[in-house]
Design a protein around this ligand. Sequence first.
Ligand code: ZN
Length: 73
Amino acid sequence: MKALLLLVVILAGVWLWRSRQIPTIKKKPPATALHPLDMVRCTQCGMHIPGNEAVQGKKGPYCSQEHLKQLEP
Ligand SMILES: [Zn+2]
């Protein structure tokens, strides 16, 4: 059991060391920059709308609450 514990400690140390190294090599862009215009398609009418403005239903995204109610009463 001691060997296993030692292995865990070593792995944790390596993981910690690696996680510290990554930010200096590759800077992560802000999450908002990754998907500036993530367009989704309305399940009812097929209109394209920004993902943050879409109404999320069980069958998919909708352009409005009205269309959500039409397909999912
Ligand atoms: Zn629609």
